[in-house]
Write a protein that binds this ligand. Sequence first.
Ligand code: GCB
Length: 609
Amino acid sequence: MRSVILSLILVLPVFARAQEILVNVYNRNILSLNGKWSYIIDPYENGYYDYRYEPYDKNPNPYGGYFLDRQPAGKSELLEYNFDRSPVLTVPGDWNSQDDKLLYYEGTIWYRRQFEYTKDKPSNRLFIYFGAANYEAHVYLNGKKLGQHTGGFTPFQYEITDFIHEGRNSVVVKVDNRRRRDGVPTLNTDWWNYGGITRDVMIVEVPETFIADYCIQMAKGQNNNISGFIRLNGPVKAQKVKVEIPELKSVTEFTTDENGTAKVEITLKNLVHWSTDNPKLYTVNIATANETVCEKIGFRNIETRGTDILLNGKPVFLRGICIHEENPMRGGRAYSAEDALQLLNWAKELNCNYVRLAHYPHNEYMARLADEMGILIWEEIPVYWTILWDDPATFKNAKSQLTGLINRDKNRASVIIWSMANETPVSEERTSFLKNLSAHARELDDTRLISAAMEVHRDPGNPNYRIVEDPFADYVDIINFNQYIGWYDGLPSLCDEVNWIISYNKPVMISEFGAGALQGLHGDALTRWTEEYQEDLYKRTLSMLSKIPQFRGLSPWILCDFRSPRRPLPGIQDGWNRKGLIGENGTKKKAFYVLQEFYMQKAKEYGDW
Ligand code: GCB
């Protein structure tokens, strides 16, 4: 019995230290590890735990150091895991949409990829970088454990300088997508729990001392002043660093301190601000004596004044739509620049100037493309519904996902809102959780706006009143709430009756409303699931919302139908949430055109047409 249970990896007593994540990884010296990875399904995790359920990581295998990623030493040796005989999955990509038998799988899958590597320069350092893996990943290189990462939507990396071999190398990753009560998100969501290595994987080669992180953004409330920081990692911490913006003929030199950090302050003349009409990006070069990192960055100012949202000092109405990170036509998680283009092109066609990337950090291509297309963005972490508010480990997890997101996208002009949560039930623990998260976000980035998708309450004495009142509203810059009058709450005609009580002197936005419709199903406006019902609900909702005096934007639910196991209705839902304005085959529903027209009028009203 014992001898047939094989440990998968040789154990190193000390894990590689978790690293500060490299910013702007796509513009570095990288080797992509995307492609075909061999995989082994391991629902009982026998490659991770011995037969006493002790992790091999903690308790090195006493039976001779078997490990998964190797060939039997001779014909008599028993090995039961063998990647060479195993099928392959494409990385990046969720496993659910690549093999029918994995559609509902929740558990562990082991991945392996072999690759050759030769350094450009012997003194250079190497990192392995993962855009994301859902939900927990354990990473091993050539039999050494590099570390473990929790959270399905943020990047992670390990330094592999000392573990990589000249020539052939082998990386093994255990990915486990089981939902957890104490996780972020928790057990209960309304989206598909796609597992796998869902984003790009790469080896990054950098000099011994390298530019690890930087923030080059417009200072809060300023029009010409850039402020931020540069942080070096490596033995030569104190040195000269240059920031150059060739188009503006601006070159400024800074000196990093003994921690490798320099504060950046630059005054720019003749700067063209990034905006939705003119998404101007400047090439910015950040250089030390032996490294230059380049990136296109836009400079803009976002703030609120009273009930207005101001982009570069000018009132803006946010014509938005919610998006899940899914490609409805291919099926499964979106992960590429092409997927991002498809989704954001649809948003543009809808006359949007804004998108809400729900309900977790999307891949980096989205914000990069939005920068180029002039689309404003809301970014969010999966603090959704009923996570464990009083568990310090859950808070730490949420905070680390928020940090990962802000670190990655802090140089994107398109990103204007960090959202802390979606539809969370009011309680003291929840409000203090969100307060602490938002304080952390402001500490990391004081230039963007904070919000959350809050809930609506009824007035028990008056069926036609809806109230937005939430103690967390005091800590946000924009009030956002989800409401489903006409779908979960009465019929669409109720929209004509309802009065809103929203007493905040802040901009008010509606982060969600919507109705399910099966694309191609027609009937009268009172028949559920028809395109006509959804169309009618959109018309009535838009007139209802327009009566709210502080109304400054919206992001209806949702651009495309998306998969959700909560949606079983045969013949209609079949495992899809049908609230999309676009069906699973890419065809637009009638309500798409209602919103498109509304947005054209709004754009005209705000002088954006
Ligand atoms: C919501 C949630 C969203 C759901 C949506 C629905 O309020 O925020 O995740 O998918 O409603 O369709 O019910």
